[in-house]
Write a protein that binds this ligand. Sequence first.
Ligand SMILES: Nc1ncnc2c1ncn2[C@@H]1O[C@H](COP(=O)(O)OP(=O)(O)O)[C@@H](O)[C@H]1O
Ligand SMILES: [Mg+2]
Length: 460
Amino acid sequence: MKYVANILFSFVILFNYTVCATLPEPRKNLPVTCLVSKSSYQEIIVCAKECRKNPCLSPQDEEKRLLELLVRANNCLQSYNGNTLEDAIKAFLKDFEFSDLSQFILVDSRQTDLGGKSSDRVFLIKDQNGNFKYVVKAFRNPRQLSSKFLPEISSLAILQELSIPNVGLIEPLAFASYNDGDKEWGLLLESVAPGKRLDQYALQVANAKPNSKLRSDYLETAQKAFARIGVSLAKLHKRKSSYEVSIPSEYLTKFDEKLGEIVNNELITSKLSEHFSLQEFVSYVNSVKQEASVIPITYSYWHGDAHLGNMFYDEATDQLTFVDIAKMHYSVDMNGEPLADGTLDLLKVEENLLRISLGHLTRDEIELLLTTFYQAYENHAERHLDPRHLLFYKTYRKLSRLVSYSCYHDEQEPARSINKAVFDSAVDYFKTKLPPQVFSESGRGLPHSQRAVFASLAAR
Ligand SMILES: Nc1ncnc2c1ncn2[C@@H]1O[C@H](COP(=O)(O)OP(=O)(O)O)[C@@H](O)[C@H]1O
Ligand SMILES: [Mg+2]
């Protein structure tokens, strides 16, 4: 058995090298310093691909193998000096293309409204004319197993290998490292995703005057973008495992844990029981899990963080580009076998749209975008989405929100009103699923609060 696994392993390594040989060459106009490291460039991509899970190894052997790969990859990186991360990135960019610092502008994404929440850093590189030329992503501690540096590079290669029609590819252009004296950073220079972010398409609709021609034009464009997300995710999810499983056990366990936290949290239970009986809530939630856990599913590849801020759509080419894709790496093993449940990508899109459109888009507009998205997905996924399966993840996410956002009760919490809104929308969701609480002493049903437009959307 071990012998067969070894042969398979060697085959995969050989395969990886062969695929690597067909990778596009790094840019032709690279300056001398980068041309010298051309083999390092390819070695890092090979290491990133080899970091995909090896299903034949024990967890200990796998950890050892991954740590060795991290050392191998990091030893190939050219290290840049500087007092700050920005200085090191400037030196890296100078080596890559620019002859002097006045030729480009480095913008920290955190100082724009584009920055995400992760502890890694993203810098946008503009040329003298203000054109967006490159992106540099700086990943913390690239030698640690938790680092997203190699996973992100591996995921860029996954999308290149899949070559999905109308899905744009971000090209990894160069790699480097920087040590700030306290920690190391892995630097990835990459090409720019064309078009606008998907959340900008939704906000563009929101900013146009209600009932105007402009608004309906923007809505039509947003619809095209949402249809393209549906098709692209369907194609990404099309790679299916050859065997059937049920909902991954880690989610079933986490689901139970969330429910446990809720019933043991007095603040949450008191809020819930203003609207429905806690007993009915627990039995409803358990029935959702019960029904979903018997459905056979197949694993697929996934994006892993498919919110609208991690996707770009280019109207001119009808092309979608995924960014921030490190989690995709964990959905594929080193033999290309899928390991994830792509359904969560769909919910991420839906939830994110509901959240950013809160108070900005009408209910009909949101419904239109979501229907377009799901229909496009179902048409191209060649499978019917099982509503029980979707309901499980939806319920799981709402339970998570009740737990995470109950902190709004804490007076010290700075983002109190946002947290309260998210918490309340999770309660509203369960209000649409459960009969209202009846108070026996008064004999009166709890009056239904005036339902905001979005409370009814919570029923989705
Ligand atoms: N290749 C890219 N092309 C265009 N914009 C990008 C690219 N990579 C990142 N960005 C922009 O920077 C933002 C933050 O980058 P991202 O990779 O999503 O990291 P995080 O969300 O972890 O901060 C993105 O939402 C996007 O607006
Ligand atoms: Mg992001």
